[in-house]
Design a protein around this ligand. Sequence first.
Ligand code: NG1
Ligand code: ZN
Length: 543
Amino acid sequence: MNPSEIESIQNSQYKRLNIDRIEYGTAGFRARSEVLEHVFYRMGLLAVLRSKLKNANIGLMITASHNPESDNGIKLVDPHGEMLEISWEGIATDLANINDEGLISLLWQIINDNGIEMSMPVTIIIGRDTRKSSPLLLNAAISGIKALSGNVKDFGIITTPQLHYLVATTNTNADKSFSSLESYYKKLGNGFKRIRGETQYSNKYKANLYVDAANGVGANALKDIQKYIDSVLTINVFNDGNGELNYNCGADFVKTRSKLPLNSSNKPYVRLASIDGDADRLVYFYVDDQNKFHLMDGDRIATLAAVYLKELLEESNLSLKLGIVQTAYANGASTNYILNVLKIPVACVPTGVKHLHAKATEYDIGIYFEANGHGTVLFKDTAIKLIQESLTNTQLSTSEKTAISKIMDLVDMINQTVGDAISDILLVETILRTKDWSIVEWEQSYTDLPNKLLKVNVKDRNVVTVTDANRRCVTPKGLQEKINETIARYEKGRAFVRSSGTEDVIRVYVECESPSDVDKFALEVANLVYNFANGIGPRPESL
Ligand code: NG1
Ligand code: ZN
């Protein structure tokens, strides 16, 4: 750092507020927006250091996803569009929490420990969601970037997956020029139109989808993608920004409450979908003629994609290894279906996209989804090369060629940098149309086990530590044994607890065979957590 940079940082208006320690969690920092200005300033500083270290553009996304409008958050995006490397999460946490007097020396420490070459010019790519607090916080981040002489490329209001895509493609453009949103829409939209080919659907599939956009940034993206897919699919957007962000709507609301979002049609068997506030999660749903709600979550999207890819691989005779990655929150019935019906390998990893993404890269084609609807499909570079080469092989049969070119269209249609609700909608719609399935046929592949996800408020959520992909609790001592005793009383019972990385709560998940037992089961485990981890607030006595 040169003297003027140091002076600028020392004189910055963004002084640390006297708040509790804040952690770089599952998806960066998230908190009430009014306490975050100094954190954003410091993440601006850190993004410049990371960018210099990597000699590449780094992304900053300003969003608190499905959290209430009053929250905000920030995360760094690494050069290939992936989440920040895990070893830097601790550095980000330290930098966000250090007092103002220690800031310069901590920056020097980061520079020296990592051997960062400070003279290199760098650019930070920024995007933000629609929150009202975002412009002010953006200024704080820009101020941090400029204090260390970084350049800013601000893409304004965009979805989280768009920011990931823009970072990844900009860093691979041969001339280092900035990618455009248009290239994103064209890539997805063209893949979607091409793969359609001559497929005729007539009966069950209807090319008409209703999407709840959580009153967030995804509403713009859905309206934009419509222009690139012509009338192949009509996307009717509701909760498109006139109401409050994520309030009684959006993918998280629909998944956790298992009910229709605000302003939704309740016409039986109409295919509906919800995305979240920054458009990286997607769930589908419908109501039947008894007005019963049916949810098609991330597990269902993963299995649908797996069915289709498995068929295409068989038709193409390409020898590529397909695998699925889930977390412990995946419904046991979906795991069972993947293993025993589809006969595809499945891995379970800890919660957090970075873990799923990393594991999925181990397969030639890796499908990963969180039950909450965040996920995508990854194609290894070697797999893409094989697919491309096979397209020019004159020995192949017509059906092999058709299948291979469809796989290539999928490569275009899918945003491989991160789960992307817009791209995932195109994927789901492609498969339903190809199979001529209504949402009911899709649902028939397996029956979910009844399940419940609860939150428990405790004094310090860090007292709960876990291992074995979140499935076993290490501390508080004795808690896991008690949970095991409870599980043993329920047929097909499964339960686990862990501290949230995005909210100040302990999450409790249970599933079992009997729908009438699941609430009782969930309350028993929640009460164990409350007792062992010094619960605060109302005891979890009712749901
Ligand atoms: P936490 O709060 O750590 O459980 C939640 C989701 C994650 C992930 C992140 C990021 C559940 C149970 N947890 O994390 O899967 O999506 O938010 O948004 O859905
Ligand atoms: Zn999100």
